[in-house]
Design a protein around this ligand. Structure first.
Ligand code: HMG
Ligand code: MG
Length: 303
């Protein structure tokens, strides 16, 4: 086993990826409250909201209002997902600390998701990067990094090329989006063979979905390659409205339990986080999808 990172930075995606596909609108104070409650468990980085078309994703229509309701704790970074210049303007006006810009590796998913070919979305990103205020952090997402719901398995060399281009253009980190949750550690390894040939490991993050139950195994594969930035979603909430069949992100609790077992530092109280997530799921009639969280809460109840 190669050296694991000594500390991992988790970006919490439940208020964005976790909620974006839900039909029933989660009230703005509940979204802000989720971020506030999770920040008290030690999380500091949030994939908090999106600045996208309300027609495309009605659940994310209240990004600015959600951010206004967040209590800013020291060291907190709130990211907003931005698909175009209009999104950038809205994100800046709302006072984000960082933005996520996005392309997919495959044209079909990208067209359905953001109405652009890969080439077109790369041009959009280029424009955003030329205009973005210097003090904002920028992370670039490459979705469908291993599998596209419409075009199948993706070429790791192509994904690596996109990731390298985003880094050359100035993103501070590039996140590999495993949108479908279909990859196994073998896919992750093949992808990272190519990506890490071209992009320094400290600039690479991973964003795993857990559809096939591979999220923790894939997280381990990434850790073994030295990756120290990862997205996860409390309670395993999540999914993309344009990725049919895909379920939530790997649960933050499951990732934290893994990190604790490996002795990798993360700064989060996993039981407190599980309590917040389970309560949120119960309040909003959502299924709570963290195996580690369920087990931790059950054993805490018995004590
Ligand atoms: P479009 O139809 O090509 O955009 O959509 P347009 O420029 O032609 O504008 C159409 C309408 O949208 C106009 O309004 C614009 O003003 C409005 P109208 O005149 O009809 O009233 N509009 C906007 N409104 C608010 N914010 C904006 C914005 N831009 C245009 N930024 C567009 C293109 C990108 C806007 C649309 O397709 C869209 O919003 N897509 C978002 C889809 C999305 O949010 N998907 C989920 C997030 S991605 C994801 O989850 C993957 C990830 O988790 C990683 C992984 O898992 O792999 C990150
Ligand atoms: Mg996602």
């Amino acid at each position: 086993m190669s050296a694991l990172p000594s500390r991992v930075s988790i970006t919490e995606s439940s208020s964005r990826d976790g909620l974006q596909s839900l039909g029933a609108f989660v009230p703005t104070p509940a979204k802000a409250g989720l971020i506030n409650d999770l920040s008290r468990t030690g999380l500091r980085s949030f994939d908090a909201v999106s600045f996208v078309s309300a027609k495309a994703v009605p659940q994310m229509a209240d990004g600015a209002e959600v951010l206004a309701g967040v209590e800013r704790l020291e060291g907190m970074t709130l990211f907003g997902l931005v698909p175009n210049m209009k999104g950038l303007e809205a994100a800046v006006a709302a006072g984000v600390d960082g933005i996520g810009v996005l392309t997919a590796a495959s044209d079909t998913f990208n067209e359905r998701n953001i109405n652009a070919t890969v080439d077109e979305s790369m041009h959009r990103i280029r424009r955003i990067l030329l205009e973005v205020p210097e003090d904002l952090l920028v992370r670039g997402y490459v979705s469908t990094a291993t599998h596209c719901p419409f075009e199948g398995e993706q070429d790791p060399g192509w994904v690596a090329h996109l990731a390298e281009t985003l880094v050359e253009w100035g993103v501070h980190a590039v996140f590999l989006g495993e949108t479908m949750g279909k990859a196994t550690p073998a896919h992750v390894d093949r992808l990272l063979d190519d990506v890490l040939d071209r992009v320094p490991v400290e600039l690479v993050g991973v964003h795993f979905h857990d559809t096939y139950g591979q999220g923790v195994a894939n997280t381990m594969a990434a850790l073994q390659r030295g990756i120290a930035m990862m997205d996860a979603s409390a309670g395993g909430l999540g999914g993309c409205p344009y990725a049919p069949g895909a379920t939530g992100n790997v649960a933050t609790e499951d990732v934290l339990y893994l990190l604790d077992g490996l002795g990798v530092d993360h700064g989060v109280d996993v039981v407190a986080l599980a309590e917040v997530a389970q309560r949120f799921c119960a309040d909003h009639n959502l299924s709570y999808n963290s195996a580690a969280g369920r087990a931790l809460l059950a054993s805490t109840d018995r004590e």
